[in-house]
Structure formats: C-alpha cells, structure tokens
Design a protein around this ligand. Sequence first.
Ligand SMILES: *[C@@H]1O[C@H](CO)[C@@H](O)[C@H](O)[C@H]1NC(C)=O
Length: 487
Amino acid sequence: RGHAPSPSPGLAPPAQEVLGQEKLMGILKERELRIYWGTATTGKPHVAYFVPMSKIADFLKAGCEVTILFADLHAYLDNMKAPWELLELRTRYYETVIKAVLESIGVPLEKLKFVRGTDYQLSREYTLDVYRLSSMVTQHDAKKAGAEVVKEVEHPLLSGLLYPSLQALDEEYLKVDAQFGGVDQRKIFTFAEKYLPSLGYAKRIHLMNPMVPGLTGSKMSSSEEDSKIDLLDRKEDVKKKLKKAFCEPGNVENNGVLSFIKHVLFPLKSEFVVLREEKWGGNKTYTAYEALEKDFAEQVVHPGDLKNSVEVALNKLLDPIREKFNSPELKKLTNAAYPDPSKAKPAEKGTKNSEPENVVPSRLDIRVGKVISVEKHPDADSLYVEKIDMRGVESQGMVLCASSLGEPRLVEPLDPPAGCCAGERVYVEGYEGGQPDEELKPKKKVFEKLQADFRVSEDCVAQWKQRNFLTKLGRVSCKSLKGGSIS
Ligand SMILES: *[C@@H]1O[C@H](CO)[C@@H](O)[C@H](O)[C@H]1NC(C)=O
C-alpha cells in the first residue's frame, strides 16, 4: 500500500518479486488479470507517485483490469496520520491529484476502477469478517505484519494491529486476483496469504518491486520532507529541490535522479534526452536506460546536465497537474485538506489547535511523605484511606505505587532513599529545574500523559522514559516489581 512518507514504487521488471507465479501464469492463459493498488490517503502525494502510476499504465497496456483503492480508513488506522476531521478532504484531494497524474502520463481513466475504503469497509459483511479474522490472527502476527508499514511509536495503538487484517480483506472484497505494492508491503502480503484461506477465501497473488530511492533523496534517505517535490510545486521550487538532490559524478548507487529516469521517464517514452550545450557535446538521445547509466558511471554525462534534463521532463509532466489545480475550487480543496501550519490561527486556550504543551515531569509536584496510618475505605474494596505526614505541605494527591502487569496484580509503594525527610521534592533526572504547575487541570491530563511513561526498571528503580526518579539523596525504587507500571 502506498503512503506518502516513503516513495511508493510500482512493479519494475526485471527486479520484481512475485508470490504466486504459477497461479499468475494460469490466469494469464485464460483471461485478464484483476489487480489492485491501494494508497492510504495521508500526506500530500509527491512525485514518487509517478512510479506506481507508471506501473499502472504498464498493467493497463498488458490488458489487466486495474482497481485503485483510496484507503481512507487505513489513513486513520495508521496512527491517525490523517486526522479524522480531514479524512474526507484528503481522500478527495488524493482522488483528484492521482487522477491528474494518470492523465498527465496518458492513462485513460475510464479503464480504471476507483474505490474508497469506506465504500465497502463499513458493510455488515466486511465488519463481521474483521471480527472473525481478529479471533484467528495472533497479536504477534498482526504486529509483525505491520512492522514496516505502520508508523512505529512508543505506545502502539490497537488500530495498527487492525491495519494488516483490513488490507488482507480488501483483496477479497475488491474481487481481485492480485495486489501490488513495494517490497515494504511484503509482510502484509504474506500475512494475507496466511490468513485469507482461514476465512475460506482464496489466497491472492502478490507483485512487488524494489523500493526506489526518492528523486531528491540524499543517499538512502528520502525522509527530508522539505526536499520532496510536491506534485503542485512551482517551477522554481522544482529547480531548487533538484539542485539539492544527491547525484554524485559517476555514482550510480542510490541515485534518485537516475532512478526517476529509469522508473518513470524512460518507461513513458522509451527514450530520454540529455540536454547539453553544444560545447559539452550537445543533446544526446538514449533509447536504452543502461546506456545512460553507463555514460553516467563513466562521467560522460554530468550531474548538472542530468538534473537539468530531468527538470525539463518533469515540468512537462507537472504542467497539466498544476494547470488543473489552478481552479479556485481545487485551490480551496488543497488548502482545506492540508492547512498550512504557519497560517494556523493563534490557538485559543484549550482548543485542539493549540500547540502541543510541553509535558515535562518538572510540572508535577511529587513529594516524599510518611505514611502514618492506613485504613480500609468504608465504601470501596480497593481503596484505602491514608494519613500522610508531608511536613506541613498540604496534599490532596495520591500515593505513587508500583504495580505488576500480570495477574494477580501486586502493588508496592515507592520508597525514597534512606534518610529522606517528609516533604522533600522528588524529581526526574534531567528535569531538576522548573516550577511545578500550581494546579493540575483535569482536562489537560498532564499527569496522565506523563504517567503513561512511568515504569519500574529492571533494577526496581522508578523511571519516566528511562530517567530515574530522584531525591537529593538518590534514587526512588520499589521492593520487587520489575517492569511494573506506576500510578
Ligand atoms: C537540445 O534540445 C533542446 C530541446 O529540444 C533544444 O531547445 C536545444 O536547442 C538543443 N540543443 C542543442 C545544442 O542542440
């Protein structure tokens, strides 16, 4: 499944990988192959999308029936890469821009089928299949399948575990023989092959091709968001970004500029013209990519000329897309789907637009206290009423305790270092300074956000993000609950 943060390659012979080759040959002998490519509607599609789109052109030329899926729910399931309230707008943007890309490279749209995830993923049938599948798939397999695709975060959400299952079910519900995508999809594909048959559905064919370095990538990385060429970038931006692209004289490895020629520009026209001034040998037309690569390796073709030629060819592809998006209606859609963060209205207090607050542990006022007495709460089995001496500090707080994760749930109070006095401040290593909040506003959930990262270390020390809880006399610990949570 394509997604904007990494280049989304299509199928590039001869380096392609096919899972289910025999079945593929069998179908091709009898009828047209039905294949789909899906893209989660997250960040703005950039020029790397030309790669899978030129593959779609190839599939059509080869007589395949091609479906393009705009996976809107997936955009949300993958760590909310597209916020819920922007999902519809982003999906509309993707549909418009991907269609413009296809038109720009001469693909007849009427031969393609376009589907949105929510067109069928909310049906009763599909939903029941999600439940059925979730009782067969192990958490381990779901996690492994999504490892390369779903964004890695400290506190992974359940939604990321659902992602591979939905992608597997899509193959059945889109009624296709095959799915294609980059090799980064491999684990999702093998997951689908393993689990679809357990629901009584056919195992599908999977076509993969290698990851293509981004056009402007520096070495392997194409993660620098600013350097990516947006499909709607102006000519001067294209020039500026290409100028920065990694393209070393004679080096054909990890060369995004050469890759773009190989995977996009060459397949489109079956030729590529290197534009050069007369004094440097004049223009040269290549009809085989390998010949160009060889000339570049031997420094017959220089990076400056190569970039310049790609710029001209790329602008020819982008012109009709920019033209289309020049209408007031589409300008409005673009701005609404991808609001410019620098133009965001100064946030009002407490709105969800406000800057993420600096949630650091020094905002908490944690103190050492001496437990004087403990009594069972009269109305609740699991609560205790405690009297705590905090040396004149009035507290309406709670006592921090470590608890084990398994059953039965064991609880131990946190112990300050020996010799501590009641009322002494407890802080987190590296966050000694800073005034604690006057009052923790319940709505802001400052404590809850910090507490999510409280843990007991392997040597029983209380920590926040692997930093020790300290008083001036040393570390705060518990008796035995290694790896436990703290609340
Ligand atoms: C190279 O080709 C370009 C575009 O077709 C043309 O404008 C230019 O005059 C040619 N340059 C030479 C040196 O022939």
